[in-house]
Write a protein that binds this ligand. Structure first.
Ligand code: AMP
Ligand code: ZN
Length: 112
């Protein structure tokens, strides 16, 4: 299966890694929409939030704990947005679940 984020996880495609552990990789978005724009993704391929299974509960909990740690490390002191696009109409362009961390400017006008 061809998946750009699986390639980034396997390091066959380059990325600017911000954080990594055995379950999660966080890297800078190639086309940043805010001064801080990081993508946090499980190393395991899951197509979208809509494909999550009961056994993925711990993984998603782990990701959210890491998002808070990463945001702290990046100095997102005045807040940040966590965004997940799910499916075509949700604006998802890469079909490997990921969470955007956006910060460094006021994002209160950002879609929602
Ligand atoms: P989404 O539209 O929610 O699926 O988000 C996909 C994100 O991946 C977009 O913000 C893209 O800019 C970003 N992106 C696509 N290819 C790469 C890449 N090779 N390295 C880093 N970010 C990427
Ligand atoms: Zn993948």
């Amino acid at each position: 299966m061809d998946c750009i984020f699986c390639d980034i996880v396997k390091k066959t495609k380059p990325s600017h890694i911000i954080y990594e552990d055995e379950k999660v990789l966080a890297f800078k978005d190639l086309n940043p929409r805010a001064p801080i724009h990081v993508l946090v993704t499980p190393k395991k391929h899951i197509t979208s939030a809509n494909e999550l299974k009961e056994h993925d509960k711990d993984l998603i909990g782990h990701i959210f704990l890491k998002i808070a740690e990463i945001a702290d490390k990046l100095g997102c002191k005045s807040g940040y947005k966590i965004l997940n696009n799910c499916g075509k109409d949700g604006g998802q362009t890469v079909p490997h679940i990921h969470f955007h961390i956006l910060a460094g400017r006021s994002l209160d006008q950002f879609p929602c």
